[in-house]
Ligand binder design. Structure first.
Ligand SMILES: Nc1nc2c(ncn2[C@@H]2O[C@H](COP(=O)(O)OP(=O)(O)OP(=O)(O)O)[C@@H](O)[C@H]2O)c(=O)[nH]1
Ligand SMILES: [Mg+2]
Length: 421
């Protein structure tokens, strides 16, 4: 009777349900085994669903660009830092762009050599070998004029270039200064170029030029291809706000876009960051700490370090930026170290430094403390500021710092970064 009833009810259901229905005569043990198997099946299925959901979420996160604002006074190293980020994480794009720097590097170098020669012409102690050198380098005057013409400039003008460097489309965007830091960067980066006491200025300058010449011949060669270092050291002044977009090319974060707003640091441009703060995740503020004995370009009354401190104070005070992660790069440590080693006294320019030891560990610790103290004192709300002692042109060290910064920004948790600072 019972079996008849079951058969008649089975007949009434659809074939799929019938196929899925438990066997007609199932023992208790069989049933328990079946149910356990079904439960395991459901668990695995749920797990797969959850993974799909997570992947979808991760992909949508990857599509959300990370926006970073670069702030700091002129020549503080903002654009250099962005270049190193691109070099490290969007390598293919970097290599595609590298050749387009060639002409700019040529002009950068030639102008620098010509400026050195101008300065030497005016110096009284020109040795005969210096005269010889000057004669040998005289064709560079012509080269400079040709390069300037090639770039569509009036002789002596600043070079203006679009961000991609290949096409000089938007003249107001990025400028290459005629008084480029290229010569200084190349020359100063070599210990040999320091002028030993007891030697004449002309001797020292000659040594700088001779070291420089190695690069000159390399760069002037017909088949010259800019190296990573050349591009990192090339000086381009940013005017207004330059937007750089890089898509991470490999690793866990492949596909994620990073957008850097690189704000020209001269006083007329630095206020231009206001429209960009809204959805930036972090600000990287660059303070070149080597400039304690320098004046601002075009304002002989303002000390450059003082100007940097004022700018930093404004950023820390800003209520608009209170939720943005603040990352401080105390940059140009290489130059600071050399200055201190040469005996330039920090106390002379910063009396509060007092009679502390005029060496790198003491000076950098002191300056870092001053910047962090400003943040503590002026931030509208208590906040953590992450600080790093940097030499932006040291690509290897900078890549490692930027790796930590990148992770920190992504994880919204920069605590671990302090370990590498
Ligand atoms: N020696 C040394 N040179 C550096 C360092 N950082 C940057 N430079 C050089 O300083 C010059 C200025 O660097 P940029 O990155 O163009 O400076 P910036 O902050 O973008 O300047 P603006 O565009 O004028 O706002 C370049 O020639 C760099 O190669 C550093 O840590 N050490
Ligand atoms: Mg710049």
């Amino acid at each position: 009777m019972v079996s008849r009833t079951r058969r008649s009810s089975d007949d009434s259901i659809d074939p799929l349900s019938r196929a899925l229905a438990p066997p007609a005569r199932e023992s208790a043990a069989q049933r328990a085994a079946r149910e356990a198997k079904e439960a395991e099946g459901r668990r695995v299925s749920d797990l797969i669903d959850e993974q799909i959901k997570l992947e979808k979420h991760a992909n949508s996160r990857k599509k959300t660009p990370v926006k970073v604002l670069m702030l700091g006074q002129a020549e503080s190293g903002k654009t250099t830092t962005v270049k190193i980020f691109q070099m490290s994480y969007a390598r293919q794009a970097w290599e595609e762009e590298r050749m387009s720097w060639r002409t700019v590097i040529h002009l950068n170098l030639v102008r620098s050599v010509n400026r050195i020669l101008d300065a030497l012409e005016n110096a009284q102690e020109i040795a005969s070998r210096m005269n010889l050198l000057r004669i040998r380098l005289s064709p560079l005057r012509r080269v400079q004029v040709d390069l300037e013409r090639h770039l569509g400039l009036a002789v002596g003008d600043e070079v203006c270039a679009a961000a991609d460097m290949g096409v000089f489309r938007r003249p107001a965007e990025v400028c290459l200064r005629s008084q480029s830091g290229w010569a200084a960067a190349l020359g100063l980066a070599k210990q040999k170029t320091r002028i030993p006491s007891g030697r004449s200025l002309a001797d020292g300058a000659l040594e700088v030029i001779l070291n420089f010449l190695e690069d000159l011949y390399r760069i002037a060669h017909r088949d010259y291809e800019p190296t990573d270092e050349d591009v990192v050291r090339a000086r381009l002044r940013t005017v207004g706000v330059q937007e750089y977009r890089f898509v991470i090319e490999s690793g866990r974060e492949a596909g994620r876009e990073w957008i850097f707003y690189d704000v020209g640091g001269s006083r007329t441009h630095r206020g231009a960051w206001h429209p960009y703060f809204m959805d930036v995740k972090a600000i990287i503020f660059l303070a070149p700490i080597s400039v304690f004995d320098e004046k601002l370009e075009g304002d002989a009354r303002t000390n450059r370090l003082e100007d940097s401190i004022k700018f930093w104070t404004t950023v820390c005070k800003s209520k608009l930026l209170v939720r943005v992660q603040l990352i401080l790069f105390l940059n140009k440590c290489d130059i600071l170290e050399r200055k201190l080693a040469r005996g330039v006294s920090l106390e002379r320019y910063i009396p509060t430094f007092g009679d502390r030891k005029n060496d790198m560990p003491t000076a950098s610790k002191y300056l870092r403390r001053q910047f962090l103290e400003i943040a503590r004192k002026h931030s509208p709300e208590p906040r953590r500021v992450y600080s790093f002692m940097t030499t932006a042109i040291n690509t290897r060290a900078m890549t490692s710092i930027l790796g930590a910064v990148r992770e920190g920004i992504l994880n919204d948790n920069l605590r671990s970064m302090e370990l590498v600072s």
